[in-house]
Design a protein around this ligand. Sequence first.
Ligand SMILES: [Zn+2]
Length: 631
Amino acid sequence: MLIGYIPISKLTGISSEAARTRAVANLFHTCMRTALGPIGPSGETGVDMMSGDGVWRRCHPILAIFVGDYPEQALVTCTYGGRCSKCEVGPDELGEYQSFPLWMQSKVLDTYRLADGDVHMFHQACREAGMKPIYRPFWEKLPLTDIFRSITPDILHQLLQGMVKHLVSWLIHIFGAAAINARCRALPPNHKILLFMKGITTLSYISGHEHKKISIILLGLIVDQPVPGGLDSSRVVRATRALLDFAFLAQYKSHTSESISKMQDHLIEFHENKAIFFDLGVRTQFNLPKLHSLSHYKSSISLFGTADNYNTEQSERLHIDLTKDAYRATNHKEEYSQMTTWLERREKVQYFSAFVDWRQQRGHDLRPPTRIAIGPPRAYTLTVKMTQKPSKKKVTFDSLANDFGALAFQDALAEFIAQLNYPGASRGALRNHAHNTHIPFSGVPVYHKIKFTARGDLKDTEIMDSVQVRPEQKDSRGRIIPARFDTVVVQGDKGNSHFVKQLNVLLTDNYSGRRIAQVRVVFQIPNNKIDQVFPSPDTRPPLYLAYVEWFTPIPARPDPKHRMYKVSRSIQNGQRNAAIIPVESIVCSVHLLPRFGPARPQEWNTFTVLEECHSFYINPFTDMYSYLTFG
Ligand SMILES: [Zn+2]
């Protein structure tokens, strides 16, 4: 909630630069003291407040967290730029993996108490303490506040726009813009990734959101690339993987002690491998406050909860809503009172509208909403959502082979029908039954998309994932839209149809029955033929079926260097190994990173790479499911 605006005057009337900087900082602290002063006594004696569930409680408001970027953190803690706002690390030790004692608030306050005495002695004492000479920092009298502890991780500026941005520039320096951009143009599409079709080195400005999207594909852009000078690439790959892991874990929405210590392990791993950036001449030192800040994530998350609780992305968003938009709503004269009135009205409207939503959703049930249990990090359970009508009412078997590439569709369908009609039959017997199965139709209704919604705490309508399965098309202006057949994770024991047992036989691998497949057709058995194909009324096929091409079983262990799992096209008798499975056994889409090898074939591109490349790595960074399963 907005409680006040702070002026950002540059105080240009003061001619001495040092005096001006001090005055600006003092002005800031005076404003903050005015704004937060009232919570001082209430923090000690308590004040009655009603919480969202309507219960009155005695509350002790305290300043717990300050959310801000690095210059703001330094301003608040009175520390110098180039130093840490939390600990006493020296200005040339920021690149070390080592812990340093936190600034001690009581000791610092002893220094600031000298402010009313001799000014030279005060400045001298501040210099010795490593603190800026501020007249009475605003947190001086706030009860139970430790300003140095209250400084929290800042994912946006320290990681996404900080270390990830640095890492990207180092890797571009090592591998060259051309090689990195060429790989960007040859990654297969997926619901959860952003394609940088012009590469990532040509962008003039990269937002935090884009850096988040780059960190999903970054490992795929460098893995197996040769390092100049014939040096071994494994340390670059290890350092990259470690920093990406750290960034992914730091953004978890819930943590356990285990996930926090894993995060720390990855930070150590980065430090152990970072010297390669010296060896390759990319860096001469690592004195980066942003790198050092990562060493405080573990304790901050343990103290204050997950990092999304204090992400500056949110406060920057509020700055737009509460300041810029509010200012625009005024006539630009005497703007403050207009802005606050405008905001107050908007807040009231928002509260009322939230109340109306809540009433309408819950009908007459006025019990407070039940809390969602916070547990160990987990992925959303997704539910398949199909459109009511098929995209095409009938596509012939010929067209499925020619346009969809489903070359063995009829054989796979015969096999599927035999499996359903003769449950428990041996493989040999099934082959005979399939051979004798007559298919009494020449085409099927097909769907071009499988959508997934989240089950549980999110609104049911939000599309969390989707799988596109369509041949080349033309848009209304005659332009070609390339074909797209997405890759998915299939799980043997998912879904509740009795077909699951047979499917488990197909998924003969040792990876909890999971397997990667490319979906070529999503279809239904024509309604009016079901009785003919399945004579027993007890045997009903699943509503939606998919013709998929399998990849090789997921190996038990990932590659030791980059920790990704390798899969290749599964080939049998020179043909791609294909089968028909129920759509409900598809868990989610999966992004595959092509194994480009040292020399990338020039003709591969986003739309052809799944066909032309034979072997891939499973991308672990697309979402929680992939990270927890393949991470
Ligand atoms: Zn520090």
